[in-house]
Design a protein around this ligand. Structure first.
Ligand code: ADP
Ligand code: MG
Length: 635
């Protein structure tokens, strides 16, 4: 390729708009432009470093991998140069990367500004448009770059932040990129080296390549890979800074795990549990995964092989000298060492969580609020890991007084004769505390765990037992429970056998084919009736799963069990004997059944009950308060 004539390009429409805003607004923290340029330089250096692992046939193979900030003054014109020895850009790359590629990020960024949700300078880097922030301080920008590819020629990109940019050939002997920023007259402070130093310290201290200012040989940033320092030399605040520079999370991490180990593999790791599960939209870490280094060289930005998916919220750095430097991303994936590494860090993370649960219950509560869902999902998806996951989980129970307890706590306080771990499924705590299924457990003072998370039914399908104790759904009709003490046995039912038979028969005719069976039960106490899955039918857990996953799922027919000692049913029984055609009888039966469906979270359309409830209230408040009376009057 020979020298090319200058070419003019239009910026993509959304970039034009973005530039409009950046050029013409005055932001007080516009010094972040330097963070963005240094971050780009650091990316280019990391890519160079990675290339060099397997390829020495590059331009300037021996050059130091670093970033230089230089300033120049020519009369009133002040210029700042940000230079790196990174991977560089070819002619085509510079055209594409700096202005002509379709930029969805720019659109999102503009939308965020319109929402007023964020200050532009806080967030610009996260939309893949950080480079353009330089126009907050520049009258003109000239990017000169020479790619690492041996036959590439230097190229220059020039723009004043208007509608278009120019690309022309350039002179540059060494590899990498230089950004020449002709500073706006009100931005001349950015040539002062103390100012530059201050900005680097604030925003770019942990960039993993040395940053030099004005040919000074002493690098400005710490560049110490913090994870390689002994943990006793590091304050929590250093961890927080490191984490927040890495992620741009607004909050410090909930927990930090920093350790080094040499057997069975060499590893230095610094891991964080973010305070929030949702990465905020501004997070620099856009995907789950750990940064994987081999000997201080970044070889993978998002590694998801080291930790199981149910710990994919853990962020941070893993560095191992045992990983061969000469690796490709595929061999990382298959490396035998990775299994060892993974096991080691997984153990440490679990240990830290255990410690948190023990020593910092409030923080652990926060952890559960954010991540318990993912852990439970882990049981459903990876049942072989349940022995690791279950000890991390906490549930409310019928005896926990609103606290969350561990399954281990439950098992510890089980009586000797209790064989199973009992749970009730439901939509929320309030409805399960009133669940009729709990009646026999209250009577026997047995503890029941509340599984009220939408993920819980999925979890129980995989979590069949824990510590050799079977997990048992209390809604299971065939459930056998120890006999009650004789002192506690129920009084004789108030209804005669004949009345009870009539009552059951009336439920059968009224409910018709909505149910498979109606029968008496002795297990209920405070509730008039309950519905239970048919013996050969689907468990209530599976029904829930279908209901969550299939909009059109129809609830299968179930069994109705009646508590014939309950006052409502006693009244009904008498009423049926006295005046079987009373309107209130069928209304009440229908309503009892619907209420039970609601209680189970199974009612397809609860508002459909309202006309009936209204009618029942009319009957209750009017002089037709008892159907029998009315009917008698008419006769
Ligand atoms: P992002 O860094 O999120 O990709 P930027 O707007 O900061 O978005 O940069 C756009 C692109 O320009 C980068 O992805 C990279 O390809 C290229 N680029 C910017 N600066 C450099 C540099 N110093 N060396 C090589 N390429 C660069
Ligand atoms: Mg960038």
């Amino acid at each position: 390729m020979t020298t090319q004539a200058p070419e003019a390009y239009q910026f993509k429409a959304e970039i034009k708009q973005l530039l409009q805003i950046l050029v013409h607004s005055l932001y007080k923290d516009r010094d972040i432009f330097l963070r963005e340029l240094i971050s780009n330089a650091s990316d280019a250096l990391a890519r160079m470093q990675f290339e060099l692992l397997t390829n020495q046939d590059v331009h300037d193979a021996e050059a130091e991998l670093a970033i230089w900030l230089k300033s120049a003054e020519d009369g009133d014109t002040k210029t700042l140069i940000v230079k790196d020895s990174g991977i560089g850009m070819t002619h085509d790359e510079i055209v594409r990367n700096l202005g002509t590629i379709a930029q969805s990020g720019a659109r999102e960024f503009l939308a965020t500004l319109r929402d007023g949700a964020a200050t532009p300078t806080d967030v610009i880097g996260q939309f893949g448009v950080g480079f353009y922030s330089v126009f907050m301080v520049a009258d003109e920008v000239r990017v000169v770059s020479r790619s690492y590819q041996p036959d590439a020629e230097a190229v220059a990109w020039i723009s004043d932040g208007g509608e278009d940019f120019r690309v022309e050939s350039a002179e540059k002997a060494d590899r990498g990129t230089e950004i020449h920023i002709k500073l706006k007259s009100d931005a001349s402070e950015f040539v002062q080296s103390f100012k530059l130093r201050e900005i680097v310290k604030k925003h770019s201290d942990f960039v993993s390549f040395p940053i030099y200012i004005d040919d000074n040989e002493k690098q400005v940033n710490q560049q110490q890979s913090l994870w390689r320092k002994p943990s006793q030399d590091i304050e929590q605040e250093d961890y927080n800074n490191f984490y927040q520079q890495m992620t741009l999370d607004f909050e410090p991490p909930l927990a930090t795990v920093h350790f080094s180990s040499d057997v069975p593999v060499n590893v230095r790791a610094m891991l964080f549990i973010p305070a929030k599960r949702e990465r905020n939209m501004f997070s620099l870490r856009k995907e789950p995964g750990l940064k994987l280094y081999s000997n201080n060289v970044l070889i993978q930005e998002y590694n998801t092989d080291l930790l199981p998916e149910w710990l994919n919220f853990v962020d941070g750095v893993v560095d191992s000298e045992d990983l061969p430097l000469n690796v490709s991303r595929e061999t990382v994936h298959n490396n035998r060492l990775m299994a060892h590494l993974g096991k080691t860090i997984r153990k440490r993370v679990l240990r830290e969580l255990g410690r948190l649960a023990e020593n910092e219950p409030e923080k652990y509560d926060q952890f559960l609020d954010q991540y318990q869902f993912i852990l439970k999902q882990g049981i459903a998806m990876e049942p072989q890991s349940k022995d690791e996951i279950v000890p991390l989980l906490r549930f409310q129970s019928s005896k926990s007084d609103g606290e969350r307890i561990a399954l281990d706590t439950y098992v510890e306080r089980m009586g000797d004769e209790q064989e199973a771990i009992y749970y009730v499924l439901g939509d929320d705590i309030r409805s399960v505390t009133h669940s009729p299924h709990l009646d026999p457990f209250k009577a026997r003072e047995l503890e029941v765990l509340y599984f009220v998370d939408p993920i819980d039914p999925f979890m129980v399908t995989a979590l069949l037992e824990y510590k050799d104790k079977k997990l048992q759904d209390v809604a299971d009709a065939g459930l056998e429970l120890p006999e009650l003490d004789s002192a506690e046995t129920e009084p004789e039912p108030e209804l005669e056998e004949k009345e009870r038979n009539l009552l059951v028969g009336r439920f059968v005719t009224t409910l018709g084919d909505r149910v498979t069976e109606v029968r008496e039960t002795k297990v209920l106490r405070d509730s008039p009736l309950r519905i239970v899955p048919a013996e050969d039918g689907m468990s209530s857990g599976m029904q829930r799963i279908y209901r969550y996953t299939d909009q059109n799922y129809e609830i299968p027919k179930m069994i109705v069990e009646l508590n014939v000692r309950h006052p409502i049913l006693v009244n009904l029984g008498h009423m049926i004997g006295a005046e079987e055609s009373a309107e209130v009888i069928d209304l009440t039966i229908d309503q009892l059944y619907d209420s039970a469906l609601v209680q189970e979270g199974l009612h397809p359309n609860p508002t459909a009950m309202l006309p009936r409830i209204q009618r029942l209230m009319e009957l209750a408040t009017g002089n037709q308060a008892t159907g029998a009376l009315t009917a008698g009057d008419e006769a």
